[in-house]
Design a protein around this ligand. Structure first.
Ligand code: IMP
Length: 420
């Protein structure tokens, strides 16, 4: 099983970092294939908590790490992470990845402000404007830092236009060319040694029979093409994008592991059929510590949505599921699970609506399962779970036709159960 994709199956924050950290033990290389510092992967090791935004989570295990061409890179964030964690393992940064420049962050913030009630609720880290410039072929790439003259020229060309936008459209402060150029020249000095042909590196690793983990950020329902547009991120978290995001052929991918919470959370705006109404919403947020890693925002909480998960299984080709944070549910007497959506004409469907209006109008149809009150920390395998917890996991497997192979029962690295 040389190449494995780890993909978020809901709206992000499923605990992918923890699953990558676990699987990285037996892997040789860990790669990020999309997104940027909008991600925040949390890994708890004993007393230490790592919150990683730019580097692949495999860095905590000291594995060689690749930031693929599909990523967008904020050099300030990356350098801070390299200062903290960089001596743990080799880091390879794709020359084709795009740079998040200060004006991307400023435009993201100004544009959200301007949208007012229609705001997307982005992380305001410049993700959308950076990917937009990539598609417009106006972006600045990592490889541009290798040549100071080219770098300065590109900053100058970009600023000539961006400053007009910032001042005249968004009525906000422009950037000074000399200040930005000097700052990026110093970043360039620091980062030059990490720039690599990452496609070649990953290909070689696979040819040598090494185990490669391809770590997604954000998640299926935040995917630019397959998510709940426009309330999505600006890249493609789905598994197929791992191939383009690191530069390997799709047939090199052998396994797709979907990561889902045992319930659902969402940050930012957009429809959310199984969002909890009433005090259980707050209760779940507190029990699950559901606050954004990057922004600190409160996450919206909902019951497990198997219609959305069924969709994630389909669009990613998920063949195994990691179900995280099951322990959070130990505090509820009853557990509603959304198994179908009811449409306004009264019919019920197990399939995720293809049209946005149908999704907006979808109401959850719940199957209510009994809860359990036993703590899960004494369980050593899935088979040792309390009966009600096992029933919960079995319902997920039956409805999705996918086996749950990993089960998260606590924040600690060791709290992931496998089958006996
Ligand atoms: P952006 O990626 O910052 O442009 O934000 C777009 C949408 O994706 C917003 O709803 C964000 O809250 C959401 N989002 C982006 N990254 C993450 C993440 O890592 N976890 C959860 N939501 C995210």
């Amino acid at each position: 099983m040389p190449a494995t994709v780890i993909v978020g199956a809901q709206w992000g924050d499923e605990g992918k970092g923890k699953i990558v950290d676990l699987l990285a033990q037996n892997s040789d290389v860990v790669c990020r294939y999309q997104g940027g510092p909008n991600a925040g992967h949390t890994i708890v090791v004993g007393e230490e908590t790592y919150k990683i935004r730019a580097l692949p989570s495999g860095i905590v295990r000291g594995k060689p790490c690749v930031i693929g061409n599909g990523c967008v890179v904020d050099l300030e964030v990356l350098i801070a992470e390299l200062d903290e964690l960089g001596d743990r393992g080799e880091v390879y940064l794709s020359g084709n990845a795009h740079l998040i420049m200060p004006w991307h962050v400023a435009i993201d913030q100004a544009s959200e402000r301007r949208l007012g009630k229609l705001a997307i609720g982005t992380t305001k880290r410049g993700i959308g404007p950076c990917y937009a410039d990539k598609a417009m072929r106006l972006g600045i790439r990592v490889q541009d830092i290798l040549d100071p003259k080219i770098l300065r020229q590109k900053i100058e060309v970009a600023l000539a236009e961006k400053n007009l936008w910032l001042e005249r459209v968004y009525e906000t402060a422009p950037f000074d060319l000399e200040t930005v150029a000097a700052q990026y020249e110093s970043y360039a000095q620091r980062l030059r040694p990490y720039v690599a042909d990452t496609s070649l590196y990953v290909d070689k690793a696979l040819r040598d029979g090494k185990e490669v983990l391809l770590e997604g950020a954000q998640a299926t329902l935040l995917d630019l093409d397959h998510g709940t547009y426009p309330f999505v991120t600006s890249s493609n978290p789905v598994a197929a994008s791992a191939a383009t995001g690191v530069g390997i052929g799709p047939r090199r991918i052998d396994r797709v592991i979907g990561v889902a919470k045992a319930y659902v959370t969402r940050v930012g705006e957009g429809p959310f059929p199984s969002e909890i109404e009433g005090p259980d919403q707050e209760r779940m947020r507190e029990l699950g510590h559901e606050y954004g890693t990057v922004t600190g925002r409160e996450r919206r909480c909902g019951w497990l949505d198997l219609v959305a998960l069924r969709y994630a299984v389909r669009v990613n080709g998920i063949d195994q599921l990691a179900l995280t944070k099951l322990d959070v549910l130990s505090h509820f007497a009853e557990l509603p699970v959304c198994v179908r959506y009811r449409t306004p004409d009264g019919s019920e469907t197990p399939d995720f609506p293809a049209h946005q209006s149908d999704f907006h109008a979808a109401a959850p149809v719940y199957q209510v399962l009994p809860g359990w009150s036993e703590p899960l920390d004494g369980c050593a395998s899935l088979e040792e779970l309390p009966e009600a917890a096992r029933t919960y996991v079995e319902l997920v497997e039956r409805e999705l036709g996918v086996e749950v192979t990993l089960l998260g029962t606590g924040a600690e690295r060791s709290s992931v159960l496998t089958r006996a």
